[in-house]
Design a binder for this molecule. Sequence first.
Ligand SMILES: Cc1ncc(COP(=O)(O)O)c(C=O)c1O
Length: 415
Amino acid sequence: MEERHEIPERGRGWGELKEEMAAMRGDDLDWRSGRHGAYVWYANDDLEHVLQEAFGMYLVENGLGVRVFHSIGGMEREVLAMVRSLLSAPDGAASIFTSGGTESIFQAIYAAREWARATKPQITEPEFVAPHSAHPALNKAAYLLGLNVQRVPVGDGYGADVETIRAAITPNTIGIYASAPSYSLGIVDNIPALGGIAAETDLWLHVDACVGGVLGYFVRRSGREVPIYDFAAEGVASISADLHKSGFAAKPASTVHFRTHELRQYAAFAFDDWPHGMYGSLTFTGTRPGGAIAAAWAALNYLGKDGYQGLADTSMRTRDRMIEGLTAIPGVEVFGNPPLYGFAYGVEGMDMRKVSALMTARDWHCPNTVQPPGIHFMATPVHEGAVNAYLADVRECIEEVRAGSGVAAAEARYN
Ligand SMILES: Cc1ncc(COP(=O)(O)O)c(C=O)c1O
């Protein structure tokens, strides 16, 4: 269909538009049958219905106006307290509801910069040190905030190498960034050791638990070994934890938490030199979707701890079946020791982009990692029914690439 570049002269009926939208969607990624390696977190149809209704109830309300939309303010406080309670937050910790991981990370890095300006005024070129595995949201925030980022090589297990991080700290360093887990390979950095360095050297440690923050708690609760990544580790100043990922809430929804209320205050912005007087905010965005806060509140209350436990268990079962099946394919190796539902795998010496391209031709969305060359997979409940088909297809695609057959087609697709 040809793209239109003007608003139609006359409006069209919703029935007609709905049909058109459904048709446009026909070419999209088929995530309902779990044919994706990223992008979508989906619990079940019941929750989808709850999220739609809750979001719809607050479609018009503006989350910027919690002084007048008391119910949004109340739900927001409860959501933040509930997520904080999963992160071993001490009394006095304080949080912000944001539009996503990127905004949560931005607010944390902004707070760190303001904290350093207040407490280390001698630093004129502030810098963060991070393992190479850190999400680009760190660099986006640093770029916009005028900070430098020093990315250093990861260690043997693909997580932050504590001694390399320590050695990279300079008189300009204001903070350390770590992941729990990293997006690409799903590795949880050694937060207690990095927190120890942060405490010892008076640096801000931000833990990016955008993926792990909510469900990681339940994975640990089921008795699996998940390294400590929250405020239980000394030296952690802030943690980002997304609700629109493993919280199974509606987009856009994330949270960022600070060890103390005082640290959160560094994330505030206030301005009064305009006709309206004082404007204050704890978020990057101004207007905020009331629906996203309402839907997050509904998700946490609808699922309850039981519901999240079930989602965590299904995700981990699915991940186990995937890893077991993948490593049974000759030559396949899962990178490092990913303790949660995200991981990546590869075959030594094989260009995994070719495998992905062949998988794409079979209607799978199969995102690649570059260092090391591999394929990323985030196991969620919707993947449970797709495991066998994925494993059968990936085995064949790997064999095709190994045999050199089908490679021309694969190259044509990714070039
Ligand atoms: C570890 C991690 N941090 C940050 C982000 C950025 O989150 P968002 O895309 O919600 O802004 C992601 C997104 O996948 C992520 O996996």
